[in-house]
Ligand binder design. Structure first.
Ligand code: CA
Length: 472
């Protein structure tokens, strides 16, 4: 009997914010091939990560657990591949599995990819041009551009598979991660255009916790020559210089995205040519969001919207209505359970996410999640972002900057005074006004504090040991 279980093609890029995808209403670029997935399936408008940084988000997706459980709290913590992962379960159930591209969860020992019949990954961050890759443990240098190569290797692997069994392929792009190096094909894209500026480009970080002003990810101050690729022209006013840097940054970022879009198109074309489009679940997502000049920043890490939100478009003609949009909340920790559900594999009891298959098939389960728990652990490392945890509901967000490294790998042990932020996302969608101490929000504050502690206990995380952690 033919195997009717769906193939799963999971395409994930690195640091691609949804506001740089035209299906999400981007004002700054077009992504026709990514839009094909949304038009043929469902776009999620409230998909969030539980820790907005590369390795931790990847660990959550693979293990179906939060970072305090899977052990990858920071960029400096490897994934112990001896634990149960979603790809291992698919492989055991007869799926052909592969991991191609950016891994970023360590190498050697127990950190190499497990649960994959084939893997070929960039070491660490990897290079854009002529990258070294580790193919099944063997290091080799490949001539070419990373986004093209990762797609080439994906197509090669798909081409040689056993057509009698379903496949699960993780195609993970390095792009558009810093330092945003485009390929020759897109090097002059947007050359004579001025890309629009975000609404919060000139944020002055007033009316917020100290954490926002303390962060070192400002376009006008913190970008390097490696980021900009050209010396800053002389004679510019501070305002002109900031705009010049933004144009340099955002154009290279969008050029890297354009290459991803072309290469996703190649994979979609291949599925159609092979007659596999009907029976293949195709996902496009990114490990987290990114600040595209929002708040005057690049980078991520914060629980603020642009960083917290992941793009998530999914196509599966057999069960998802084309052109649908879903505003329910889904999280990266839910992906593993959802794929196992579609593959007919039992979801382990210790997995902490929920399958959102019902949402994909047009119904919303009673009591579907309307709040989520977030935690960023890597205190002060790289961009001087304070460690924090918090809760986001449909209308509000509460953040507690406990601001302590707690001995986490790579975090810096220089604790700061804890602070709280509360935002009313309906009135203040750009999160410019902390209303934590506003009397009108006393009720909301109490409710969200309770919800934060409920979620923290539910996922088994430990509150920060400080009197202020209970709320002020
Ligand atoms: Ca990332």
């Amino acid at each position: 009997m033919p195997d009717s279980r769906p193939n799963i093609l999971f395409i994930m890029s690195d640091d691609h914010a949804s506001h740089a995808m035209s299906c999400y209403g981007s004002r700054i670029n077009q992504t026709p091939n990514l839009d094909r997935i949304a038009e043929g399936g469902m776009r999620f408008d409230n998909c969030f990560c539980t820790n907005s940084i590369c390795a931790p988000s990847r660990a959550v997706i693979l293990t179906g657990t939060y970072n305090h459980i899977n052990g990858v709290t920071t960029l400096d913590s490897n994934l112990d591949g001896r634990q149960v992962t979603m790809p291992k379960l698919l492989q055991a159930a007869g799926y052909q599995t592969a991991m191609i591209g950016k891994w970023h969860l360590g190498h050697g020992g127990h950190a190499d990819p497990t649960g994959f019949d084939y893997w070929n990954v960039l070491p660490g961050q990897g290079l854009y041009h002529n990258p070294e890759m580790i193919e099944m443990g063997e290091r080799k240098v490949f001539p070419g551009y990373a986004t093209d190569l990762i797609t080439d290797f994906s197509l090669d692997w798909l081409g040689q598979r056993d057509t009698e069994r379903p496949f699960f392929l993780m195609c993970h792009h390095k792009a558009p991660h810093r330092p945003w190096q485009p390929d020759d094909k897109h090097a002059l894209l947007y050359e004579n255009e001025e890309i629009p500026y975000p609404e919060t480009f000139n944020d002055d970080y007033s009316n917020r916790a100290v954490a926002a002003a303390a962060a070192k990810m400002r376009i006008d101050r913190d970008m390097t020559l490696t980021d900009l690729k050209q010396p800053t022209p002389e004679g510019l006013t501070p305002e002109e210089e900031k705009k010049w840097k933004y144009q340099r940054y955002i154009k290279d970022y969008l050029r890297c995205v354009a290459s991803i879009d072309d290469n996703v198109g190649r994979l979609l074309d291949w599925l159609e040519a092979e007659g596999l489009a009907e029976n293949t679940i195709v996902v496009y997502t990114s490990d987290q969001g990114f600040f595209l000049g929002d708040h005057g920043w690049y980078d991520k890490r914060f629980m603020y919207e642009e960083s917290l939100r992941m793009p998530f478009v999914i196509r599966y003609p057999r069960s998802i209505a084309p052109g649908s949009v879903n505003e329910q909340m889904i999280l990266n920790v839910d992906f593993a359970s959802t794929f196992l559900d579609y593959a007919g594999v039992a979801i382990p009891e210790h997995f902490q996410g929920s399958t959102f298959r019902a949402l994909l098939e047009g119904t919303t389960p009673d009591n579907w999640q309307s709040s989520m728990y977030y935690r960023y652990w890597m205190h002060l490392a790289h961009h001087h972002v304070y460690a924090h945890y918090g809760v986001r509901t449909l209308g509000h967000k509460l953040i507690y900057y406990y601001a302590d490294g707690l001995g986490q790998p790579g975090a810096i042990d220089d604790s700061k005074e804890p602070e709280w932020e509360l935002f009313d996302l309906e009135r203040d969608p750009y999160e410019l006004m902390n209303v934590y101490n506003h009397p009108a929000y006393a009720g909301v504050k109490a409710e969200l504090t309770g919800e934060l502690h409920r979620l923290q206990a539910k996922v088994g995380d430990t509150p920060y040991a400080h009197p202020s952690a209970r709320g002020m």
